[in-house]
Design a protein around this ligand. Structure first.
Ligand SMILES: NC(=O)C1=CN([C@@H]2O[C@H](COP(=O)(O)OP(=O)(O)OC[C@H]3O[C@@H](n4cnc5c(N)ncnc54)[C@H](OP(=O)(O)O)[C@@H]3O)[C@@H](O)[C@H]2O)[C@@H](O)CC1
Ligand SMILES: Nc1ncnc2c1ncn2[C@@H]1O[C@H](COP(=O)(O)OP(=O)(O)O)[C@@H](O)[C@H]1O
Length: 304
């Protein structure tokens, strides 16, 4: 593949003109582009002698009355992403919708989140889509931080952290945060350029010992080592509410299935965008629901 420049992937072409991107995540450079071959190599086949326990259990803490849809979208991505079991902790008013839409998914009352013993059985916990930023939501986030297991943190959970810098410093090591540009700037300060934003993300990933999935047309997955992988899939047909909620559910599903946090982030970003790309061949715009539902078809096409 011809040498690529970082500016190809930045909306404002703000990087030094000579900064290059290598194809393939195995490359030694700082900026590496994720390829289909990387993804095919990463995907683990489902084993003959396996059962739901083999593929992990996601707990998703999401939703409030006006944004229950975000919780359902995220939960659907856990399901279509192949998690063995999915439990959602939503306000109980959302239960009828949950049971009607996804009978495969289980429910955990919000008050159960304050007892760490109730959380032991989950392989991974994701928090944020449609959660709101109430005092109760903040309390749940704080409680989850206390168990010191890596979390997937998105949307309103990021907005809570942005308003509570003391809590941001306590983010469990190894966690994955998935901000879009505005959420990122709320967390780490306003940036005038994309290159500046990526520079801050690299420093923060190292300092906080977390993975930052900085979402945009091209999404950047930044490791604690400050290496960056760039996801090339995705398209403007996907620019609709709920799309990030689906990405979060996928990411949690892949962690549940035993991928490392960075592998899960890379897989989730690539497959999410690829699903949108395949759908956009037929559809002028694609919904978040459709992107989630198409994920197993994408994987079947990639992994024979
Ligand atoms: N069906 C449901 O229940 C849904 C529920 N949802 C849930 O609602 C909660 C709050 O989400 P939210 O969209 O209201 O606020 P938030 O994401 O902070 O955006 C605020 C402003 O930021 C900007 N901006 C946004 N995205 C950007 C991007 N990618 N790149 C760059 N900029 C971007 C944009 O500003 P603009 O560009 O318009 O000036 C926008 O107006 C959250 O928990 C979420 O999970 C949603 O997922 C929708 C479906
Ligand atoms: N034009 C685009 N090209 C590629 N991907 C896009 C585009 N628009 C949105 N996406 C993807 O959709 C997701 C949007 O996330 P986010 O803004 O958090 O959505 P929401 O809060 O509505 O769930 C990101 O993963 C982003 O990469």
């Amino acid at each position: 593949m011809a040498k690529q420049f970082l500016n190809t992937f930045l909306a404002d072409q703000s990087a030094p003109a000579t900064t290059t991107v290598t194809a393939g995540i195995a490359g030694n450079g700082i900026f590496r582009m994720l390829t289909e071959a990387d993804v095919v190599r990463l995907v683990k086949p489902r084993k003959l002698f396996s059962h739901k326990g083999t593929y992990g259990h996601v707990l998703l803490v999401a939703g409030q009355e006006k944004t229950m849809g975000a919780a359902l979208l995220s939960a659907s991505a856990c399901l279509y992403g192949g998690a063995g079991l999915t439990t959602v902790s939503i306000p109980s008013r959302g239960l009828t919708a949950l049971n009607a839409r996804f009978p495969e998914i289980m429910f955990l009352e919000r008050k159960a989140l304050s007892a760490p013993n109730n959380l032991d059985k989950f392989t991974v916990i994701a928090i944020g889509p449609g959660l709101g930023t109430s005092a109760a939501a903040k309390k749940h986030l704080r409680n989850l931080f206390r168990i010191q297991k890596p979390l997937v943190i998105d949307a309103d959970a990021l907005n809570i952290l942005a308003a509570s810098p003391e809590l941001l410093k306590k983010i469990p090591a190894g966690s994955v945060i998935t901000p879009h540009m505005t959420e990122f700037d709320r967390l780490f300060g306003k940036h005038e350029t994309w290159y500046g934003r990526i520079d801050t993300a690299r420093k923060q990933a190292e300092q906080l010992n977390i993975i930052i999935v900085l979402k945009n047309q091209y999404t950047f997955c930044i490791e604690p080592s400050s290496k960056v992988s760039i996801n090339p899939s995705g398209n403007p047909a996907m620019a609709q509410g709920g799309m990030g909620d689906v990405l979060t559910g996928l990411l949690a599903a892949y962690i549940a299935q035993g991928y490392t946090e960075i592998e899960a982030a890379q897989l989730a970003c690539y497959l999410h965008g690829r699903s949108g790309d395949e759908l956009a061949k037929k559809w002028y715009t694609v919904t978040a629901t459709a992107v989630a539902e198409h994920i197993p078809i994408v994987l079947r096409g990639l992994v024979k």
